[in-house]
Design a protein around this ligand. Structure first.
Ligand SMILES: Cc1ncc(COP(=O)(O)O)c(C=O)c1O
Length: 330
């Protein structure tokens, strides 16, 4: 099967802009930094999930499903965008979230409610427990004559990742048109869907661009295993002869800090620096850590001054409002 044959619905405003960040590049001293604005995908405040949902909900619609179930943290961007996308297609959404339910819903949780998703909050850190709840729910819905479609955390499977193979091609064609050689792409990585697609797309085109994932939570080995698994699945789905090499995957977990969802000082600094040099907003859970990673790699000279680096802005801004206390100082 080819990318173009996959069932798809249109949800995102594409292509997203590729913008040079002159003041940020100057502030950091090197290299030249470009920002791929997937925060502007347009669906319910934007973000990387709009691309993935085009393919996931394309499959759901092809299978005649009428209710979409997904999982995530209480401030899940993926849950918010799934809730909105389901509504746009006239479907219902159930989001099963892990974490503590705040007294006042803010950020993504508030948006889940506005989009009318059924929100179930489970207090567990164990993905197996969460998926067990989802499986029970799907079974019950089927018994009731409904047709549920289950999307894994972050839309992190081959169907969702296919969107980021296409996104890599989109970037490379924008770069070609601008006469730009892309040496590295840096982005926040967690479920591995975005990285799998970008990695596959850059390899297939032999573009030479390195894809560097900065974990927003899981340990490096966990992200690498997820990415490898999705890339294998993707290669099989697209009938590719090519297979990934584990040593070839670049993931750093040095910028996570205490844990997922807990912003580090470097993350908060990165948010302010990008806001104050470029007028662009990052988020405290993913892209702030991703940018802290990019800055760390420059400081360690792992990204060189003669390189062109694309920071892939994957969205997440609604969480800013849920982290007002951490962001107010400074
Ligand atoms: C804003 C944002 N950036 C990055 C990611 C990580 O992307 P992926 O799940 O494809 O690894 C997510 C995932 O939820 C996200 O919401």
């Amino acid at each position: 099967m080819q990318l173009g044959d996959l069932p798809r619905v249109r949800l995102a405003h594409l292509p997203t802009p590729l913008e040079f960040a002159p003041r940020l590049s100057e502030y950091l001293g090197a290299p030249k930094i470009w920002i791929k604005r997937d925060d502007l995908t347009g669906l319910a405040f934007g973000g990387n999930k709009a691309r993935k949902l085009e393919f996931l909900l394309g499959q759901a619609r092809g299978e005649g499903c009428d209710v979409i179930i997904t999982v995530g943290a209480v401030q899940s961007n993926h849950a918010r965008m799934t809730a909105a996308a389901a509504r746009k297609l006239g479907l219902e959404a159930i989001v099963v979230l892990n974490g503590d339910l705040p007294d006042h819903a803010q950020g993504n949780l508030l948006l889940d409610r506005i989009f009318g998703a059924e929100v179930r909050v489970i207090q567990t850190d164990d993905d197996y427990v969460l998926m067990g709840v989802v499986d029970d729910l799907a079974r019950q819905l089927r018994r009731d004559g409904r047709k549920p479609y289950v999307i894994p955390r972050g839309g992190g499977n081959a169907v969702g990742a296919a969107a980021y193979v296409e996104a890599a091609l989109e970037l490379l064609s924008q770069a070609n048109a601008a006469g730009l050689r892309v040496d590295a792409i840096v982005h926040a990585s967690t479920s591995g869907g975005t990285q799998s697609g970008l990695y596959t797309g850059t390899k297939l085109t032999q573009s030479g661009a390195q894809v560097i994932g900065i974990s927003a939570g899981p340990r490096r080995e966990v992200v690498v295993t997820r990415v490898l698994g999705i890339v294998e699945e993707l290669a099989a789905m697209l009938s590719l002869e090519w297979r990934p090499h584990p040593d070839d995957l670049i993931v750093y977990d040095d910028y996570v800090g205490e844990r997922y969802g807990m912003p580090t000082k470097e993350c908060l600094d990165a948010i302010r620096i990008v806001a104050r040099t470029e007028g662009i907003l990052l988020d405290p859970v993913y892209t702030g850590k991703g940018m802290a990673g990019l800055m760390g790699l420059i400081a360690q000279e792992r990204l060189r001054s003669d390189q062109n680096v694309v920071f892939w802005h994957t969205g997440g801004q609604p969480a800013v409002f849920a982290y007002a206390a951490a962001l107010q100082e400074g």
